[in-house]
Design a protein around this ligand. Sequence first.
Ligand code: ASP
Length: 435
Amino acid sequence: MSLKVCKFGGSSLADAEHFLKVRAIINSDPERKVVVVSAPGKRFSDDVKITDMLLLCHSMLEQGLDIAPVFQKIRTRYKEIVQDLNIDIHIDALLDETENDMRTIATKDFMASRGEYLCGKIIATWLGARFVEPAEFLQIESNGLIKEETYERLGEQLKGDGLVVMPGFYGCTPAGKVKTFSRGGSDISGAVAARAVRAELYENWTDVNGFMMADPRLVENPKHIETLTYKELRELAYMGANVLHDESIYPVSEPGIPIEIKNTNDPDGSFTRIVARRPKDDRIVTGIAGRKDFYLIQIEKILMNKMVGFGRRFLQIFESHGVNFEHAPTGIDTMSVIVRKEFIGEQLPSILEEIKRTLQPDRLEVTDNLALIATVGQGMIRCVGFAGRLCTALSKRGINLQVIDLGSTQDNMIVGVELNDFEEAVRAIYEEFEQ
Ligand code: ASP
């Protein structure tokens, strides 16, 4: 019998009402045998996610503060769900034990992982399913990649009769310590589970009907995307389309397991399917996504083009600080590096200092109001004049381009604009290519 892995995100598990929807979805298809869960998310816009409360507990412990008042709030959230659904579980004992483990083990990853752990335990009990502990079978290496043997070991645990529930977001280091993925990482856990059981489909259940061609907060009624390729998904998600973690495609893309992004609140409604290849269609642009949080670090040095190894030395400064860079546009005597603010953190002054000391540029400038917009689509490569159309659409609205990068595969064009122009630029590109 073919198998589907269903991952339910935090918004799908926010309260008892959502738990009921989740159960109805699982019960409506006997192929939905493997369930991966996040921690309860927000119930309303200024609510706090369980994971955020757990991370707060961790920083409180680090500062020597008592976590009891915050843990009490976590306790109340879970107890409400258990009581509303009348679940037969010793919830006080489970919560006491978890609070105790958090104080004893106290690592950030362990504490953050407890939201998914508790949620998994409760759902497994409620649904009469087998609970699979990812910290025993899902090995994550220090670079965040999945250890190859995970797939077989985890597959053995997840397969078999009946329903299984696995908490998302965490696994363990090769040394056996609990390790989490980056935020939103339950999506990756779902993909790992799908590959481990060689699923026919990975269903990712969330609170929207899949991807839109642009962010609906910026563009009114954007078109729904029915099919995306793994590559398009990765580029859109990486550049800010916040529906699915961009790293979720790696486990499933090699075996070619499709992903479907579906809405728990509208299970029979439209959804987005993500596949290796989609048939050619008339679409030029599949989607547009953007992020606002970049630094542009530019240097200028006369005769830079003659200094062999100059670019390498410039980039090495970022490497030695452990900072990834996004783009590195070059001119004859100029070179720039674009980095995400979150990657550079507090290290900006020391990076700048090292650039001055080791490269002695004639000019060093940092722009901190750069936004990048990615326009993505496998149809772009066949469209003569695509870049011209995009640039003209922006220039007609008086938007100045700071960076242009048409990736070598010509299916992703990135432009950099000033922060103030970000929203308008997304709208301009959308209107030009909405078909
Ligand atoms: N609960 C974690 C977070 O809030 C992981 C996830 O939901 O995927 O980031």
